[in-house]
Design a protein around this ligand. Structure first.
Ligand SMILES: Cc1cc2nc3c(=O)[nH]c(=O)nc-3n(C[C@H](O)[C@H](O)[C@H](O)COP(=O)(O)OP(=O)(O)OC[C@H]3O[C@@H](n4cnc5c(N)ncnc54)[C@H](O)[C@@H]3O)c2cc1C
Length: 419
């Protein structure tokens, strides 16, 4: 091993970098309850997610499958209970949305795949089911809270995703006098390969409705997992519905009320995706600052160069803003505002773009090691290349960032101008 390798080995082989947020971020927004949740979840994420993060990040969706060990670990740490009320077995926190977003940040710090699994299970499927009848919540939400089965949420289709208007959605549910009969194809559905239940958005006449679709219902088929740039532990696949018959108690909410449930759920979801961006951004920053302090070039540490000092100062400032934004959006949601805009859209736009920006800086700062996921000399894992790959999806899903700008612009100009 060369002298240069010795200088970098601490960061590549193991040794977690300093959590800079502990010194640089002073949380004046979060209630005490939330600070306790962050401390607890950080310990769980360090214990359950960190040891398997590299395996998950570099797996192949079709052969490695779903990271069941991580999912079961989150369940046994009680993390699926934190977002939900007591009547379905949850912890009944006063600020469940804020707690949920903080959990997503702490999971994404080690693995954006695991954060996404949690996000879809709890925020998308769980939040949608939480809007069901008492019987539906007891039957479907309680086992989800316990981690007894996995939840999925399906709005996207081959021809519709950003646009979820009734004209664009082609999955259809027709009431035949006794049952709803569903036909259609959903695309990119996270967790679907392993899910027990999928919440499905479908057209009913000229409006949209949501349905609880158990994956073992005759006529439900889940396709081959997609192979993706990143988030390889977040298994996605098509869900095909072929004359799926469901009795009326599988309609979630009111007939025609599906778009409202979907949009409210996706608004909550975008706060989670914002928090995931902050988690990845913080991880990339922590690794990069540690590297810049100890990697030497031209007679001193790279961190001695003003270029890197200024860049890291800018990025640290941006993380501060991004974290405050998602906490503010989540706290407004917890205050009973179902569509906490413009903050939710701002948080998602800013936090996910920041993750991509810092991941790119991190790869650059690590040089060749930034581009490496496994070093030939000793099989050590490169610390930032997975963040570079995983961060990109945040700008795309749960409302592409262009849609977030549209949401913000709508509030500036009014719908009559923006459409
Ligand atoms: C890893 C992964 C997991 C996913 N999980 C789920 C899931 O669990 N459930 C689910 O239902 N879906 C899921 N999706 C689908 C995801 O939500 C969509 O891919 C996303 O909403 C974008 O839709 P689209 O791919 O159809 O792109 P399109 O709607 O075709 O949009 C393409 C691009 O066009 C631009 N665009 C769109 N609208 C506008 C506009 N108004 N103005 C300007 N530009 C615009 C945006 O840049 C957008 O990125 C997942 C996707 C991936 C990749």
């Amino acid at each position: 091993m060369t002298a240069v390798d010795e200088q970098t080995d601490v960061r590549i082989g193991g040794g977690a970098p300093e959590r800079l947020a502990d010194r640089m971020y002073h949380d004046l927004l979060s209630p005490d309850e939330i600070r306790d949740v962050r401390a607890r979840v950080r310990a769980s994420s360090d214990k359950v997610v960190a040891p398997v993060a590299a395996r998950i990040a570099n797996g192949d969706e079709r052969t490695d499958g779903f990271p069941r060990d991580a999912f079961d670990g989150l369940a046994s740490e009680g993390l699926f209970r934190l977002p939900f009320p007591k009547d379905v077995g949850g912890d009944g926190l006063a600020h469940p949305a804020t707690a949920t977003a903080v959990i997503v940040e702490e999971l994404a710090y080690h693995s954006n795949s695991v954060a996404a699994i949690f996000d879809v299970h709890c925020i998308l499927a769980g939040n949608a089911l939480n809007q069901g009848s008492p019987e539906q919540r007891e039957r479907w939400l309680r086992p989800l809270v316990e981690g007894e089965f996995i939840g999925a949420f399906a709005t996207s289709e081959p021809g519709a995703s950003s646009d979820l208007s009734p004209d664009a959605v082609t999955t259809e549910a027709v009431f035949d006098g006794g049952d709803w009969v569903l036909n259609g194809r959903k695309r990119w559905i996270t967790n679907s390969v392993v899910a027990g239940v999928v919440v499905v958005l479908a057209r009913t006449g000229s409006r949209l409705s949501t349905f609880i679709v158990p994956t073992n219902t005759p006529g439900v088929t889940v396709g081959t997992p997609d192979r993706k740039l990143g988030n390889r532990g977040q298994i996605t696949a098509d869900v095909v519905l072929d004359d799926v018959r469901l009795s009326p108690e599988y309609l979630l909410g009111s007939e025609g009320g599906g778009l409202k449930i979907a949009l409210q759920t996706l608004t909550y979801g975008r706060i989670g995706i914002a928090a995931a961006g902050v988690g990845m951004a913080q991880a990339a920053l922590d690794h990069t600052v540690a590297h810049l302090k100890s990697r030497h070039a031209f007679g001193g540490p790279l961190g001695g160069k003003q270029h890197w000092q200024f860049l890291m100062a800018d990025r640290t400032t941006e993380i501060e803003v991004a974290r405050d934004l998602y906490l503010k959006a989540a706290l407004r949601l917890d205050a009973g505002i179902p569509f906490p805009e413009p903050e939710a859209a701002m948080a998602k736009l800013f936090g996910t773009r920041l993750a991509v920006d810092i991941a790119r800086d991190a790869v650059q700062a690590f040089g060749g090691l930034g581009f490496t996921y496994q070093r030939g000399a000793d099989d050590a894992q490169g610390p930032v290349e997975a963040i570079y790959r995983d961060s990109k999806i945040g700008e795309i899903y749960e409302g592409a960032n262009e849609v977030q700008k549209w949401v913000i612009a709508r509030q500036l100009f009014g719908r009559e101008v923006t459409g």
